[in-house]
Design a protein around this ligand. Structure first.
Ligand code: MG
Length: 381
């Protein structure tokens, strides 16, 4: 038990925390994507930290965060150090618990792995809160819509296959497609975009992801060429930490500039928003520390009149995007599907907010078999 006394109690108390380290194998290894050849190893699995929380009242919650490529075991190790401090806490006090865990691990920083270890706890606590209320998380937060426009990111393939995959995705109910720029010759990328637009027609929303590959002059030059392509957005045209460069680009282009996925804290997103460095903010909720920091980013983005489009983890992000007041998108990614017994429903161009309480997710038997380590902390009487 921690020495610090809990805040005035609602009457409930966390009495069980279970952590698991799960390695999700990817059906199709993900290649270099937008990165120049050799920069990234091919991605064959994603490490997940699952946190399951139980309370004296009999409520429970599930949260998760992840590491693509390196980082999973470190995430799990950091969470193991923090978890005992949750016992006895009121699960409703999400903000205070976040601060407590951040203080406990402050030597490891407020972003990065430290934030991502807290994220799995924070998401589980919001799941507890919503399940206790008998509401989907989107409804607990205050929903603006019951389905969110969703796009899929096309795998980098020859152009005929690209068109085919895009048409299949649209037929399956997805509302837009994102093309990753991947060719050493920009002219080849522009040609792929031209063919895709021609084959899909003007009505299909298209996005471009440049994967932080360009320098400032290239981003301006390519951005001006792409102005004619009627894009929903241009994603990661520059290094996400090049705030000044992004602000200048966003000021020049009519095409909305999207970025933020690589950032790992609300503070980093705040700097981006305050600098006018993007039109579409892309916080990845498990990366930035969970729902609690997301709500701060969303408030700031809304005040600034920006769109929010959380990338990856559709299962979680559909709830948060549904609760954002302005125009919003989620990325439809099916990678996480084998981890859960439930699936995200997609039709009419939108991902549907589930009507089940909380996140509406339970851990699948497959995820249990992919668990390489787990530990449980319980309150001792
Ligand atoms: Mg992205």
């Amino acid at each position: 038990m921690p020495e610090a006394a809990p805040a005035p109690s609602s009457g409930d108390r966390i009495d069980r925390v279970r952590l698991s380290l799960v390695f999700l194998p990817l059906a199709t290894p993900v290649g270099d994507g937008t990165a120049p050849p050799g920069r990234h190893q091919s991605l064959t699995e994603v490490a997940f930290l699952f946190t399951e929380i139980g309370t004296v009242d009999g409520c429970r919650g599930l949260g998760f965060s992840y590491a693509k490529r390196a980082g999973g075991p470190a995430l799990y190790a950091h969470a193991k150090e923090l978890a005992p401090q949750l016992l006895g806490e009121d699960p409703n006090d999400t903000g205070r618990v976040w601060e407590k865990l951040a203080r406990a691990g402050s030597s490891a920083g407020r972003g990065g792995l430290a934030a991502q270890a807290i994220a799995a706890v924070d998401i589980a606590l919001w799941d507890v809160k919503a399940r206790r209320a008998g509401l989907p998380l989107a409804k607990l937060l205050g929903a603006y819509r019951d389905a969110v426009r969703c796009y899929t990111t096309l795998a980098t393939t020859p152009v005929a296959e690209l068109v085919d995959n895009a048409q299949k995705a649209i037929a399956a109910g997805v509302g837009g497609v994102k093309l990753r720029l991947a060719q050493p010759d920009p002219a080849a990328d522009l040609e792929r975009l031209r063919v895709l637009r021609e084959r899909l027609g003007d009505g299909v929303p298209l996005m471009i992801d440049a994967g932080q590959q360009w320098d400032r002059p290239t981003a301006h030059r390519m951005g001006r060429v792409l102005e004619r392509s009627n894009l929903m957005w241009l994603e990661e045209p520059l290094d996400t930490y090049d705030t000044a460069g992004l602000a200048a680009l966003a000021a020049e282009l009519d095409t909305p500039v999207a970025t933020g996925e690589p950032l790992t804290s609300a503070a980093e997103h705040a700097r981006l928003i305050e600098a006018g460095a993007c039109d579409v903010v892309q916080p990845d909720v498990p990366r930035i520390g969970g729902v609690t920091p997301f709500l701060r980013i969303a408030a700031l983005a809304d005040h600034s009149g920006l769109s929010v489009a959380p990338p990856f983890a559709t299962e979680l992000h559909v709830h948060l995007a549904a609760a954002y007041p302005r125009a919003t998108w989620v990325e439809y990614v099916d990678w996480l599907e084998p981890l859960f017994n439930e699936r995200v429903e997609v039709h009419g161009g939108r991902a549907v907010v589930p009507d089940r309480p909380g996140l509406g997710l339970t851990v699948s038997q497959k995820a249990v078999t992919w668990t390489t380590d787990h530990i449980e902390f319980t309150e001792t009487a």
